[in-house]
Ligand binder design. Structure first.
Ligand code: NAD
Ligand code: ZN
Length: 272
């Protein structure tokens, strides 16, 4: 284990464009359950997963009903608004401040990388702190709309101030396309990085799960690629399909909130 942590630190120090890809395993230690781990929301409640497949369709068919559900219900992930970053998030901020980490691409919707202070965060599945217009792509801070007021005055759904279409939460639901700006920027990051640090994701949700595979494939596509080698490191409590398929070069098995700070310590020690 110690030797893998040192190897990760050396790889990070050698890199020119390191990025992190993160998933729900980053946030379990901030009190937010994951979906597919042993205590995951879907693992324990498959019915909630089935319902989640209908949310986007519900919005398209009946935006008012969608908003009544959103404002009347409780998130399956608990109180995301008040969750706070943990030691793992803070370690990624330190790598950013050291000039090593250039971007964080996250599937998490909890905004904890933004709260922690990373400078470039691409929220692939959106953020609970924002609203978005699916028609023109404009995003709004949640506080810009008085959602409870609209509900009380029977004026739901909220409407886009640019194009007047009904807006939804920024979070991307099953069967909903990834917003084009984020999809494009994430693809560019995966294409140009020479190190990918993948933290706490089971890497089974597509198209996000395609990003490590793009970085790996690029190795065999040197003519078109700006870099020729990419080191892919996983930090996860258990092996994932990326480990099994040999997409990652190595797995550091353990908790993100413990392993990531140890990697940062090793980076600092080696650069003294
Ligand atoms: P997932 O639930 O499919 O997988 C989580 C992975 O993290 C598992 O491989 C598990 O072994 C690992 N893990 C759990 N706790 C860990 C820890 N402390 N340290 C290291 N590894 C740990 O999650 P996913 O791959 O991110 O995909 C789930 C989808 O659901 C995402 O698309 C995301 O949008 C959404 N989601 C978001 C949140 C959040 O915002 N915090 C939480 C749950 C689900
Ligand atoms: Zn709009």
């Amino acid at each position: 284990m110690d030797s893998l942590i040192e190897r990760a630190a050396q790889d990070l120090l050698k890199s020119n464009h390191a990025i992190a890809l993160t998933g729900a395993g980053m946030s379990t230690e901030s009190g937010i359950p994951d979906f597919r781990g042993p205590d995951g929301v879907w693992t324990k409640n498959p019915e909630a997963e089935r319902r989640a497949y209908e949310t986007y369709h519900n919005f398209l068919r009946n935006p008012k009903g969608y908003w009544e559900d959103v404002l009347g219900g409780r998130s399956v992930l608990g109180d995301l608004m008040n969750a706070q970053p943990n030691q793992g998030h803070k370690a990624l901020v330190e790598l950013d401040e050291l000039g090593i980490l250039k971007a964080v691409l996250t599937q998490n919707i909890d905004a904890l990388h933004v709260k922690a202070g990373n400078r470039r965060v691409l929220e692939y599945h959106g953020s609970v702190l924002k609203l978005r217009c699916p028609s023109c792509g404009t995003r709004y801070e949640r506080g810009e709309y008085d959602l409870q007021g609209l509900k009380q005055r029977d004026e739901l759904p909220p409407r886009c101030r640019k194009c007047n279409s009904p807006i939804k939460g920024d979070v991307v639901h099953f069967n909903e396309p990834i917003p084009q700006d984020i999809a494009q920027e994430s693809m560019e990051e995966a294409w140009k990085c020479d190190l990918m640090l993948i933290c706490g994701t089971s890497a089974v949700v597509y198209p996000f799960a395609q990003l490590p595979r793009i970085a790996r494939q690029r190795r065999f596509d040197e003519v078109r690629s700006p870099v020729t080698t990419t080191t892919i490191i996983e930090v996860n409590a258990e092996p994932t399909p990326l480990t099994a398929e040999g997409i990652s070069d190595y797995l550091i098995q353990g908790r993100t909130a413990e392993i990531l700070p140890r990697i940062v310590e090793a980076v600092k020690k080696l650069s003294r």
